[in-house]
Design a protein. Structure first.
Ligand SMILES: [Zn+2]
Ligand SMILES: [Zn+2]
Length: 152
């Protein structure tokens, strides 16, 4: 192997490496553009992220990963939805008519002020609302009860 052959091989090796790096660079630019579009709808932010990846080949992506918004738009939407559900759940929780304390839907008495909240079916034992005259579970007739009635 003479010097000419050696230099030929190194030229080929360098070309392959260069081609690989360029492909990687282009791939990174496209990845950054796709990634930022899932995180921001602001066209200025998208262009800026694309420029960082374009101007600083390969290292730009490191900077981008540090600076990018941590949540994608979808993640933001999901966490907002979760929060909404949580708030609704808190609001939907029944309150004691006597003291306003939060109570469970299947409690028949308020543990704080002993007000009657619900009643139990005389036959099947399911929890019923106080004004109900009929058990929706087993159909047996019930006595109308008011919260001030004594506990039986
Ligand atoms: Zn109460
Ligand atoms: Zn019943």
């Amino acid at each position: 192997m003479d010097a000419k052959q050696l230099s030929n091989i190194s030229v080929i090796a360098i070309s392959i490496l260069a081609a690989f790096l360029v492909a990687l660079w282009i791939g990174i630019v496209f990845w950054v553009l796709r990634d930022i579009r899932s995180r921001s709808r602001d066209p200025f932010v998208v262009i800026l992220a694309g420029l960082v990846a374009l101007v600083l080949p390969i290292f730009g992506v490191v900077i981008y990963r540090i600076l990018r918004p941590t949540q994608t738009i979808e993640e933001k939407y999901l966490s907002a939805l979760e929060e909404e559900t949580l708030i609704q759940e808190i609001e939907r929780r029944p309150k004691c008519p006597g003291c306003g304390r939060e109570v469970q839907a299947d409690w028949i008495l308020c543990p704080a002020c002993h007000t009657k909240i619900m009643k139990k079916c005389v036959k099947c034992g399911n929890v019923l609302e106080l004004p109900w005259m009929l058990c929706p579970y087993c159909g047996s007739p019930q006595q109308k009860t008011s919260p001030s009635d004594t506990i039986r």
